[in-house]
Each structure stands twice: as C-alpha cells, then as structure tokens.
Ligand binder design. Structure first.
Ligand code: C5P
Length: 409
C-alpha cells in the first residue's frame, strides 16, 4: 500500500526522554514533519541535558514543551490541550524510568501527564542499556503497558553507548517513522470508495401523531458506517428512525418513511461502490394517511396497509459495478430465508441473524451473524460487538473489491 498522504496534517506528540539516543529523536521529528505531520515535542528534564529545546523548535516549527510551569503555547490547560489534540503520541527514546512511571500511572511531568490524559494511541520506542532492558521489572512494566494497548516498538540490538553489545538500541529513525506511517495508512484501505449504508428503522405514519414502527436501533448499520469512514471511505449514511447522532466524518441523511429512504438511496446509488443495507425497512405503509389526528371511538379500528417498494430488490435490478450487501433478521428458518433473499435481491452477500437469540438483534451492542455468499458458502461468527462484526463485513467487502481488481488485470 502506498503511504500516500496518510500522515498529512496528523498531530503527533513526540515525547523525548533523557537517554543518549535523544539526539536521534531530532531525525525522527524531522522525518515526521517531512511526511506531512504536525509535530509537537515534549521533552523531559533529563532530555534537555542531551539535546536543546531550540533544535526541536527549529525542526518542527512549533514551540517545545519543557515543563509544567513554563510559558503556555496553547490556550486551555496545557497538558490537557496537547492530550486532546493528538492523533498519536510517540515517545522516542523511552527510558526505563519513563516506562516505569507510565506503568503505575504516575504523572509528575508534562510528558507523563499528557500521556495519562490522552485517548490517542501511544507508541513507545524503548532505548537503554541491555541489562536495564532485560531486567524483569522493565519487562513487566512493558507488558503492563502493552496490555493497556500501548504499542512497543522493539529496540534493535547492536553496539550501545555504554560500550556493550546487546538489545536496547533505539531503532533507526526511518524505521520508527515507518511504523507510525503504517499505523495511519492502515486505516485507509477503503480510500477512494464511496460506501452507502442504511441503518435504523423506517416508519409508516398513520396520522400526524401515530405511526407503525419496528425495534431497530440503527446500531449495526451505524457501526458499519463508522468503520467504513475510519478506513477512509466516503460514507453516506441514510439513517431511519434512530436515537444515534449524525456521524462525525460521514454524510448523514435522516429519513422516516420507506419512500424517503428509497429516494435518498436511489440518489446516491449510481456513483457508490457498495451499498450495505442494514436498515429495517417498513414493508408496508398505511393506505390512507389521515391529515388530522384520528379520534378514538368505541369501535374497533382496522387499518389498510399497502406494500412498500423493496429498495434492495430495486438496487439488485439496477446494479452494475456496485457490491450489494443485505441483512436478514429472522426469527426462524434463518438459512433458508437468507439464501432466498440473497438470490432474489441479487446480492453479493447477506448478513443473517436470528434475532431471537440472546446477544443478537436489534437493541444490544452485540450480534451473532452468519455471512452467506453467492456460491452457497456460509460463515458462522460467534457473538461479537457490532463494531467487530462491522469489521468482518468490511473485510469481506474489501476482499470482493480486490478479487474484481485481480480479474480486471
Ligand atoms: O426482505 P427483507 O425485508 O427481509 O430483506 C432484508 C433486507 O432488504 C435488508 O437488507 C433491508 O435493508 C432490505 N430491504 C429493503 N427494502 C424493503 C425491505 C427490506 O431495502 N422494503
């Protein structure tokens, strides 16, 4: 994958701690900036004994943080402002001392405080004497940090400044920056693709105050849209009735009825690369929607319903290059119904779930699904978070895109 512009505009906090390898952090800063990142350096007290603040200021073009009590470069509480704006925190070199402090959540300087306060991913590149590195306490601390989700860039082996050969060298700046670049680029596997997602339920109005609806929360489709956007796709989310907010980095079109959803979907369809229809679409609408609230009487009341268009079926007829993914929420005969829908609606695959199973279906955070493909293959997945199932679905979608590419070549 080309690294392209994955790093452009990314805000990276580069933490520099006091080891002899601190001088290599200058090259790390320079390479990050050349790759397009905005670099903000935080130096520990000890780091300033090895390299000057001025060097980093010149290399990054930004003020350098050297302590908690100095001049303020950003409005807001300084460490919180930095922690919040960061897309990633990289500490290179990370000394045994810093690693130990982080492992117990200490926050006694600007760097440790920022790391404790950030929600951005944290990458550490340890560099130290090989005995310090292999010391069980350092290894245990690293393990603790790894378990918390921090990424440890393993040190290289070779000649160390202390005169011995062993593990503990800071990896080459080019390799450290490559690792960071890989992180930012991996999310871009759907860049250049337009993905149309529907989610939530549509309703059938009866009169200005009443409607017929369903139990869909919109969470499954929302998770798919969120993940597709994270992977760099241009995402359009057509969202039916749902309590969920507009998606941050996608276009959200809110609809209520099936006809409104149909209009929105048809409008966005022709230049879409894939449509993932996770919405629970109302199959019927009220034949005669009353203009005024229908007053109750002592009699029973029946309502005539007429069939709504099947949007996905319509897309299946129209489809050219688009990949179509449907959902089948069933309460019985799951596989049989799923296979029928796959064929009838001309889908590439269908995500089938039995909504009666605990841990599956509408309102919850988890789902249990089977993916059924055109060639009859079915893939069964255990209960997982909807966000994880979204990854599974998009991995398959990417697989289909790749297959098509290979066929064209
Ligand atoms: O036929 P059924 O409604 O069970 O199929 C479910 C799949 O079809 C879902 O992907 C749903 O979003 C879509 N659908 C649709 N238009 C309808 C009904 C369902 O697009 N009117």
């Amino acid at each position: 994958m080309s690294s392209g512009h994955c790093m452009t505009g990314k805000k990276i906090i580069l933490g520099v701690t006091g080891g002899i390898a601190a001088y290599k952090a200058v090259e790390v800063a320079s390479r990050l900036r050349k790759a397009g990142a905005e670099v903000h350096v935080i130096m520990t007290r000890a780091a300033q004994e090895f390299v000057t603040e001025l060097t980093f200021r010149e290399i990054t073009g930004n003020p350098v943080n050297t302590g908690m009590w100095g001049k303020v470069a950003h409005w807001n509480v300084e460490h919180i402002a930095l922690a919040q704006m960061a897309d990633l925190v990289l500490v290179a070199p990370a000394t045994a001392n810093l690693i130990a402090k982080l492992s117990i959540g200490m926050a006694d300087d600007m760097l440790t405080t920022t790391i404790l306060a950030t929600r951005a991913p944290v990458f550490l590149a340890p560099a130290m004497n090989s005995n310090m590195f292999s010391n069980p306490v350092t290894q245990k601390n690293l393990e603790t940090l790894r378990a918390q989700g921090m990424e440890i860039i393993p040190p290289a082996s070779g000649h160390l400044a202390c005169g011995v050969d062993g593990v503990g060298r800071l990896p080459e700046p080019v390799d450290i920056v490559a690792r960071v670049e890989e992180y930012f680029c991996q999310g871009q596997s759907l860049k250049g693709r337009k993905i149309l997602v529907t989610a939530g339920g549509t309703i059938a109005p009866i009169d200005p105050v009443r409607f017929i609806g369903n139990r869909s929360s919109g969470k499954m489709g929302y998770a798919v849209a969120e993940e597709a956007a994270r992977r760099g796709a241009e995402v359009v989310l057509v969202l039916g009735v749902s309590a969920l907010p507009d998606l941050g980095n996608a276009r959200t079109i809110r609809v209520e009825t099936t006809e409104e959803m149909r209009q929105a979907v048809l409008q966005e369809f022709s230049d879409s690369d894939a449509v993932i229809k996770a919405a629970a679409v109302a199959d019927y609408r009220v034949k005669q929607v009353a203009g005024q609230k229908i007053k109750k009487s002592d009699d029973d009341w029946s309502i005539d319903l007429v069939r709504n268009p099947d949007i996905l079926y319509e897309l299946g007829q129209k489809k050219e290059h688009q990949v179509l993914v449907g959902f089948a929420a069933e309460t019985q005969n799951l596989m049989e119904y799923a296979k029928k829908k796959l064929a009838k609606k001309n889908l590439d695959f269908i995500v089938a779930n039995d909504v009666t199973m605990p841990g599956a279906g509408f309102q919850g955070e988890t789902n249990i699904a089977r993916l059924v493909f055109r060639d009859g293959r079915a893939e069964e997945h255990p209960m997982m978070k909807k966000s994880e199932l979204a990854c599974v679905i998009l991995d398959h979608l990417e697989g289909i895109f790749r297959e098509r590419c290979a066929r064209v070549e």
